[in-house]
Design a binder for this molecule. Structure first.
Ligand code: ADP
Ligand code: ZN
Ligand code: ZN
Length: 747
């Protein structure tokens, strides 16, 4: 006998309340997760509808007392059906409970008191007068923020309040001050401009040859009923967004809806305005600072058909559109598309599944595509388009590669090469801005030789060893251990040690070198407070500082027209992060950072300082040569069996009890090894570990990790199911086990 657990009121807070029904024999073979069924409910046997969440062999009550499902509604047009199917797929693919998967795809319903919201800012003086004021403001450094707002208002007449504060980085205080002087007015009601007015039409950009080739091919496929995934590989500023908009236009004209994902941090004011301008009130945006209630409201608008395009980060994927035609994922290589919570889904792969459920197409775009997506394109599974030209022939910056070993040989022990220092002097003299970038992402304290650049690596896994207390060097994949040596095994130099440079140290050094320059620093420390991130960016955009020092937070999607020099202090930091994606991340960061300098009329300079100038990731980034990077990196991944050449499953075991975490992870590993050896379904898999995670203890919780590699993704799903089964059988409330399929970060 089979039973179905059915939910009758699908909303976030009711998910834990399912009701069990017997699946009648005639339905046994054609009832699936997500199906909409009729059941008789309660003592009065009212006939109501519900969704199948789970199918199981075990009855929760006396089967005698359970009722049968009456019928299944084969009409599966409902949004809920697709979302439940998607959640089920996420649960299976990434590992999690069904409830957690459902909570990921369903918005939280929150009844909120009607809040008086400031919604629009409008220009309150005649345009002529505004232009005069603008000139005044622009002359004074202290009124640059006002100038920026006024300039936008002269163009747009009316702006969304949230957009101005959150995306244009203008503070409520500035807005209040201008309101008091009656230059602007703040209105409570949100007013939307309507799209497709004559003016907007005439401003429409004509696509260049590369762009229209991409757009018209995709639109042609779409009209012919062909649904597939496309990758647009185009350098920054090559006009990818225009291509997306052209296809989106065609898709919504057919009455379909569109979801467009953008990494949170890259969702700039300029981008949002371009969409508002072209599509007017059919567009809505989401961002993580929205409250649950606000987010729910946006989802409701989508459900009611009030909007056709939702733009937002990862979670915007779950917008309940009933007839989705297209999903666009911009900057598809970004690691923020991978969720940190169970199920640890990847938005690109999940979008693929969602597109399949809806019969929609998927467009991925990037200047530095992830290896995974490019690999699919190379195998012919994705359509590939290239945009190689920058619009308006904007110049690429000049890249200077500096060999820090050479600097050392010449007696320069500071963290600034002579070249970077002299370029900085020049920019400060010219009153232009500078960004200094410390690519610490994934940084885990590796050991390298400052004299020859040699890096200590694991002989088995070919990733950098990490430094631990007591001079131990450890591989975070297999646990291989060795001791710190006093001399470089390669050249014998004593200049071997861990690389230590933090943003604070860089700031100190800059202040010493240029006492007259004003410096801003952006890192985890300076952005802890609410809104501090925006405040720093806004101050820099308003030219309140000459130099901005920061981690990767500073290189994403922000346009600073007065920045003409980008200095990358030590490219090697992200290069030796101790996981298999280190080189890919480095290539992306360096290429992105290079794209930040001198975008408009002033050509920029980029200085990349490194101890490994001949590393393929560094060389390819300096030469802006993606193909070369892809080929070299793919050779490494194939040799080692790392994704996308194979698949990898990380299993993280955590507990406050050190002894328990040790025991549990060892037994689980033994169990899985047993399955691998005996089982027919997992013979191509190898298990590595368990070992201490790179951060062995966080908040008094001990962490162990193991990795399983296989060429076959299905084998890993099978092994994950086995592991989930084991954890269910040997449930221990003190132990937490999480799964990460094809991880993008190290543990
Ligand atoms: P990407 O998304 O690849 O970074 P964008 O689509 O943002 O590039 O384009 C960069 C800039 O060039 C934008 O200001 C855009 O309006 C402009 N642009 C794009 N395509 C064209 C075109 N065919 N003609 C004129 N300007 C264009
Ligand atoms: Zn050496
Ligand atoms: Zn190893």
């Amino acid at each position: 006998m089979k039973y179905a657990n059915i939910i009758v009121n699908i909303s976030h807070e009711n998910l834990d309340r399912t009701f069990q029904y017997i699946i009648p024999g005639e339905l046994e073979n054609n009832l699936g997760i997500g199906d909409y069924v009729s059941i008789s409910f309660g003592p009065g046997n009212r006939i109501i509808k519900g969704y199948v969440l789970e199918i199981t062999d075990t009855a929760v009550y006396d089967p005698e007392k359970l009722k049968e499902i009456i019928s299944v509604d084969t009409d599966s047009r409902f949004v809920e059906y697709k979302l439940i199917r998607l959640a089920y797929w996420m649960k299976q693919t990434y590992g999690s409970t069904m409830i957690n998967a459902l909570k990921t795809v369903l918005p939280i319903k929150k009844i909120m008191k009607e809040k008086e919201e400031k919604s629009s800012i409008i220009l309150n003086i005649p345009v002529e007068e505004a232009r005069e004021k603008l000139e005044q403001y622009e002359r004074n450094l202290r009124t640059i923020a006002r100038a920026r707002l006024l300039k936008e208002l002269i163009n747009e007449k009316q702006l969304d309040y949230r957009l101005v504060t959150a995306k244009l980085n203008i503070s409520p205080a500035t807005i209040r001050a201008m309101e008091k002087q009656e230059i602007i007015a703040v209105e409570k009601k949100r007013v939307y401009r309507n799209t497709a007015g004559g003016e907007q039409q005439s401003n429409r950009i004509t696509l260049n040859e590369e762009q229209s080739e991409a757009a018209s091919s995709i639109i042609r496929d779409y009209s012919a009923g062909i649904r597939k995934t496309y990758l647009i590989h185009g350098i920054t500023g090559s006009g990818k967004t225009e291509v997306y908009m052209e296809v989106i236009d065609a898709v919504i004209k057919e009455g379909k809806q569109v979801i467009m994902l953008i990494p949170e941090i890259a969702l700039t004011y300029q981008t949002v305005m371009r969409f508002y301008r072209r599509f007017g009130d059919r567009v809505s945006t989401l961002h993580s600072r929205l409250s649950d209630g606000e987010k729910y409201d946006q989802f409701e608008r989508a459900r009611k058909g009030e909007i056709s395009i939702m733009i937002g980060p990862r979670s915007a994927l779950f917008t309940p559109f009933d007839s989705l035609g297209l999903i666009v994922i911009d900057e598809e290589h970004e690691s923020s598309y991978k969720s940190d919570n169970m199920p640890k889904y990847h938005a690109v792969k999940t979008a693929g599944k969602l597109a399949e459920l809806h019969g929609a197409s998927l467009i991925l775009g990037s200047a530095t595509p992830s290896l995974d997506s490019y690999y699919m394109a190379m195998r012919g599974e994705y359509g590939l388009f290239r945009l190689n030209k920058r619009i308006g022939d904007a110049k690429l910056p000049a890249v200077h590669l500096v060999d820090l070993r050479e600097e050392l040989r010449e007696g320069n022990r500071s963290m600034f090469s002579r070249e970077l220092k002299s370029l900085m002097e020049e920019r400060l003299d010219r009153n232009e801005q500078i960004m200094l970038f410390l690519n610490r992402r994934g940084y885990a304290g590796f050991i390298s030789c400052r004299s020859c650049g040699h890096v200590m690596k694991c002989p088995h896994c070919d990733v950098s060893l990490s430094e631990h207390l007591g001079g131990k060097l450890i591989c975070h994949y297999c646990g291989y251990e060795t001791v710190m040596t006093g001399n470089c095994p390669e050249c014998g130099s004593e200049m071997i040690g861990s690389m230590r440079a933090g943003t604070e140290k860089v700031e100190e050094a800059v202040k010493k070198m240029f006492p007259y320059a004003s410096v801003l620093r952006m890192d985890a420390d300076t952005t802890r407070q609410k809104d501090s991130y925006e405040r720093i960016l806004s101050a820099f955009a308003n030219r309140e500082a000459d130099i901005l020092i920061g981690t990767q937070m500073i290189v994403k999607g922000h346009d600073f027209p007065f920045v003409t020099l980008m200095g990358i202090i030590i490219a090697d930091m992200s290069l030796n992060a101790g996981d298999y994606r280190a080189a890919e991340r480095t290539f992306q960061l360096l290429t992105q950072a290079a794209g930040r300098a001198g975008r408009a009329d002033a050509p920029g300079d980029v200085v990349i300082q490194t101890y490994n100038p001949e590393h393929y990731a560094v060389e390819a980034a300096a030469g802006q040569d993606y193909e070369r990077f892809y080929n070299d990196e793919m050779a490494y991944r194939s040799l080692m069996g790392y994704p996308p050449a194979g698949h990898m499953l990380a299993i993280l075991i955590e507990s406050a009890d050190e002894e328990a975490v040790d025991r549990y992870s060892k037994t689980l590993a033994e169990e899985l090894n047993d399955v691998i050896i005996k089982g027919l379904h997992a013979q191509g898999s190898t298990l590595i570990g368990p070992v201490d995670a790179s951060v062995k203890k966080i908040n008094d919780i001990y962490r162990k990790v193991m990795y399983i590699k296989s060429v076959e993704g299905n084998e890993l799903i099978f092994l994950k199911d086995q592991a989930e089964g084991y954890c269910e059988t040997y449930k221990d409330r003190n132990i937490r086990v999480t799964f990460d399929m094809d991880p993008v970060r190290g543990y």
